[in-house]
Design a protein around this ligand. Sequence first.
Ligand code: HDE
Length: 705
Amino acid sequence: MAAKPTATALTEAQIVDARIKRGAGGETHQTAGGEVPVLTTQQGIPVSDDQNSLKLGARGPTLLEDFHFREKIFHFDHERIPERVVHARGFGVHGFFELTESLSDITRADIFQRKGERTPAFVRFSTVAGSKGSFDLARDVRGFAVKLYTKEGNWDLVGNNIPVFFIQDAIKFPDVIHSVKPEPDRGFPQAQSAHDNFWDFVSLTPESTHMLLWVMSDRAIPRSFRFMEGFGVHTFRLVNAAGKSTFVKFHWKPKLGMQSVVWNEAVKINGADPDFHRRDLWAAIQSGDFPEWELGLQLFDEKFADQFEFDILDATKIIPEELVPVHRVGRLVLDRTVDNFFAETEQVAFCTQNIVPGIDFTNDPLLQGRNFSYLDTQLKRLGGPNFTHLPINAPKCPFAHFQQDGHMAFHNPKGRVNYEPNSWSGAAGGPRESPERGFTTYPAEDSGAKRRIRAELFADHYSQARQFYLSQTAVEQPHIKNAFVFELSKVETPAIRARVVSHLLNVDEALGKLVAEGLGLEPLPQAAPPARPIVTKLPKSPALSILENGPNSFKGRKLGVLVSDGVDAGLLAALRQAAGAEGAMVELVAPKIGGVKASDGSTIPAQQKVNGGPSVLYDAVALLVSAEGAALLAQEATAKDFVSDAYAHAKFIAYVETARPLLEKAGVAMDSGILGLRTATDANSFLAACRKLRFWEREAKVQVV
Ligand code: HDE
């Protein structure tokens, strides 16, 4: 029997409604701007003057008696809540999950029963290390936290965009996070792993090696939240109605494919637009281009777990997709931005322990620790145990319990009874447990001596790091090498640099040597003694490469068009048409934001002024400037940067003949990634070329150190 609800959440609409209705009793009055509510204090008292505090005479002291002033300042003083200790910088949006295949034979979870059914979802993407106001394109892991408001309670899948983690046991979490955060004596660097403390810790913690390979890869500098994968990381269980358990790893696969920026771009984007990722997601959703992911499951049993080379409880290991395929069972669509950033993105409280009947934990020691941490941290952040009363955190299904009171209790059930068992009959007795419907823990059998210990297979720290590296393409491997060299070049202590290289030599000798060479490190250190023999024969896993899995589409990407007065209106229209047909966005970058006078006499507005719209903000660029425009812009440093950066970042470039002087001034050496633009057919060919996203052949020519 379903328990009868004794309280329900205030809907978001009700809250918003209450906010809009502020004004004395909903009273309105006429102003120059039209009929508006009367401004009141928090107590609802109408305010006559919100410009001047109450004073004794025009030049006298402000009076303590000014309750309006005091309330306003008091409230302002208390506006901030503690930012998240990790994942402080995030961006949340609403959407839904739709099941495309019933999993009723594998799990009793209600969300996985009925094909075609939609479940409301809230997703918050984040970086890990930086504080709330840090920039979006830090080299960092991205959080991918999904709250699913199912009919049997909230299920939080609090994942990342990288399927492994730095550590194996939650007891090391404060250490790894302290090491990456600003150093305590100086308070910097912000949102960066490129400093001594981080590399000191990880080089003394060989279990980090696999994760380091991922974090030094392009996965850690995604082009957009929309173009990255998500992972549940840990092995979980799905449990069916008969009580049978199947192990599962959760994956989110982006419909638009994966894409990353290059490092030099990341550095520049952080200056040009620190909000690059959140702006991208906001703009895509606002324009109706809703990002979508498929939910994929890797399902396996005890038998597989027993014969697998690694421990399925070890969060520093993956199960290659080639070994256990990712089975797609649903889609996640993000289609609504928040109404209020604080109420939703900031106050959303994800908790790994929020699972629903039909889903269960495993003994992964990282997951076990997380199950304590997330609930605990919300108490600090949100100030009391009633954070589930906030609309963003409240279940959207009926709920009923005897937990009561505490700070800011919004849902206060009526009636006498607040305990059970009780002898009140019927509804007066309140909710009761349900052995049939309630959550039951999978009765896994565990035994052993109590010890501070790790399972033996956890000690293989290099084999999968090696597999990851060797699975990358010839373009991606140097990116990893360069990232290690960049980061370690910011490390001041030579012994730390050498210690990192001593691990890399175990991953791949060539990689270790290349990094040593890039650092000017001599002599080459000895390889670190591995705790277990390194498995050198793991097959390549193409699923680990971004470029091997390219979308071959420019859909959802952004073309930046540099224009000047005299721009060929017909050609610009053709380019817009070709981009539109591809599903791409177009922005015009011009000498003035008011726009340009086109060849046909029309004025075309611009979206960016040239010094505010560098080419790092775009996936490909086109130069549609007249001869006079090219002559003008060839003298403008930011216009030359626009072109030379697009070239250096291996972007596809389209140009009209009159733009040649600008290309020359920018030091561009022509190649087949630079395409002439004369006709509508050329515009189509250019957009077709852009499907490759980058002209990688150029990269090695422009990066020589
Ligand atoms: Fe978290 N993590 N974490 N983490 N984590 C938090 O919870 C923690 C780990 C992840 O958008 C905190 O509400 C421990 C792995 C995301 O609000 C905190 C350990 C993965 C988010 C916490 C881990 C994650 C968090 C801080 C080691 C990927 C942001 C604020 C055992 C599977 C959620 C908060 C959001 C946030 C603890 C490791 C993902 C302190 C102790 C592994 C996406 O509770």
